[in-house]
Design a protein around this ligand. Structure first.
Ligand code: C5P
Length: 229
């Protein structure tokens, strides 16, 4: 269960819904992601439940606060025994360094990644915030800042990897949501198939609804693993 590039986004409301899904995929080679909705509803209990099923967890809480607060929140996340955590790169160098130091001084050391600019922004909604930079330039700038501040990687669209990869070292990791198996018509605009995302250099694929709403999620995970391995 710990060598898969698939991270299933558990965008559920409750422990009950989560456990119903975990029963269906028990034993499959994948990791899982817990985000703000599920964690706000159920807290650390949901982490304990998932760990009983043996899955490694990406705790996707995207911290962004003063360095001391982020440091303490990251420390608390490490203590939950999760495999991956994240922060917003726009929290700045001091905040990123504080997150790095919190991971390094914990006994459990999850992979620490940064979110550059949320994929829900486009150039015009980004500039509405008052920033003068073009969105793509800012993504490149925050990627370099993330690497220089000790992040292990970033979350981005697989389509952006080719322009960002030359800016960073080989071991820098790319975690890519927006994965779709076939033509879909939902809220994800910039989508990639699992095979294409891997070819473009993605290290981990975050896949939610295509798996969670499948009739047979276990078979689908197996099929995707075969395609990308
Ligand atoms: O269902 P779907 O495959 O679209 O789920 C993608 C997951 O990745 C969701 O949990 C979403 O919040 C998350 N995500 C994203 N885009 C980002 C960061 C995270 O879609 N830039």
């Amino acid at each position: 269960m710990d060598n898969s590039k698939i991270i299933v986004a558990l965008d559920f409301e409750s422990l009950k819904e989560t456990e119903d899904f975990l029963k269906k995929v028990k034993g499959q080679n994948c990791r899982v992601k817990v985000g703000k909705e599920l964690f706000t509803n159920e807290g650390p209990n949901v982490i304990k439940l998932i760990q009983q099923y043996g899955f490694e967890i990406f705790l996707d809480l995207k911290f962004h606060d003063i360095p001391n607060t982020v440091s303490r929140a990251i420390k608390a996340s490490c203590n939950l025994g999760v495999w991956m955590v994240n922060v917003h790169a726009s929290g700045g160098k001091q905040m990123l360094l504080a997150a790095r130091e919190a991971v390094d001084s914990s006994s459990n050391k999850p992979i620490l990644i940064a979110v550059t600019i949320l994929t829900s922004y486009d150039n015009s909604s980004y500039q509405e915030l008052g920033f003068k930079n073009n969105l793509l330039d800012q993504i490149a700038y925050l990627t370099t800042l993330s690497e220089n501040s000790g992040m292990d990687g970033i979350v981005c669209s697989a389509n952006d990897i080719c322009s960002i990869k030359p800016l960073v070292k080989e071991k820098f990791q790319f975690v890519t949501p927006g994965i779709r198996l076939a033509n879909s018509n939902d809220d994800q605009k910039r989508v990639t198939t699992p095979e294409d995302a891997i070819t473009q250099g993605s290290n981990y694929l975050v896949i939610g609804r295509p798996i969670t709403s499948s009739e047979d999620p276990a078979a689908l995970i197996e099929k995707i693993n075969q395609k990308i391995n």
